[in-house]
Design a protein around this ligand. Structure first.
Ligand SMILES: Nc1ncnc2c1ncn2[C@@H]1O[C@H](COP(=O)(O)OP(=O)(O)OP(=O)(O)O)[C@@H](O)[C@H]1O
Ligand SMILES: [Mg+2]
Length: 220
């Protein structure tokens, strides 16, 4: 197993958000997670990413690198920097060296290629400040930044929520191709039933636990 949660509980004040939750994810699996607003889905991702400590229970991480697209793209991107500076920052995230030296001609053309495949005209906005982008463009940029570095597992938290239906299905196709071709492990939270089919399985978070949400029609 690449990831295993064993009897994990998270309690905020008196409220149990996760309640003795179990989850096992194998390498290369694409798991879709659904559930009502406030069910604890983002909290679950915080626990998996190590940003929230469980009140009790155990998290086993058999991977080195995790990458994540936050539910709020303002958290995952730097608003007062340009698109290319954000990409350079993401690219250099793991390095001790600064990100500025990586803004050279070759890198910029690499960034432009990565943006082009998003189909959101971001390749023409490399010098624009990120806070001037639309919410959807910013969400797409956050995805491009998350997959710029090598990773074993990716957590996607409602990444298509701010997009119009056409852009949402374009980004969803791109996500599917990206994680399937590279055989990455992916956990994706969505409120869009049309996107459940991308998962190998769909789990519903309810009353602090994950339940199998039944058979799905798969796409590959
Ligand atoms: N750090 C925190 N301190 C106190 N309460 C919190 C904290 N983080 C989350 N909560 C509460 O835990 C509950 C679950 O929140 P969470 O963000 O995980 O839900 P969610 O399933 O992601 O919802 P949504 O679909 O709306 O994004 C909410 O009631 C929220 O207010
Ligand atoms: Mg959430």
């Amino acid at each position: 197993m690449l990831l295993k949660l064993d009897n994990v509980s998270v309690q905020f004040n008196e409220r149990k958000i996760l309640d003795r939750l179990d989850l096992s994810v194998a390498r290369g699996e694409f798991v879709v997670i659904i559930g009502d607003n406030g069910a604890g889905k983002s909290t679950l991702f915080n626990v998996i990413a190590g940003q929230e400590n469980p009140t009790s229970g155990r998290v086993v991480r058999n991977f080195l690198k995790i990458t994540r697209v936050m539910q709020d793209p303002r958290v995952g991107t730097l608003g007062n920097m340009t698109v290319k500076e954000n990409l350079a920052f993401a690219y250099k995230r793991e390095s001790r060296r600064g990100w500025r030296p990586c803004i050279n001609k070759d890198r910029i053309s690499m960034f432009r290629e990565k943006l082009k495949i998003l189909n959101m005209n971001l390749e023409d906005k490399l010098n624009d400040t990120v806070q001037t982008l639309s919410g959807g463009q910013r969400q797409a940029l956050a995805f491009a930044m998350a997959v710029l570095v090598d990773y074993d597992i990716i957590l996607l938290d409602e990444v298509t929520a701010a997009l119009n239906p056409e852009s949402a299905s374009n980004l969803m196709e791109l996500i599917n191709r990206t994680v399937r071709i590279d055989q990455k492990t992916c956990l994706m939270i969505t409120h869009n039933p049309a996107h459940e089919k991308y998962g190998d399985r769909v789990l519903k978070l309810e009353n602090g636990r994950l339940y199998d949400a039944g058979p799905i029609k798969k796409v590959k």
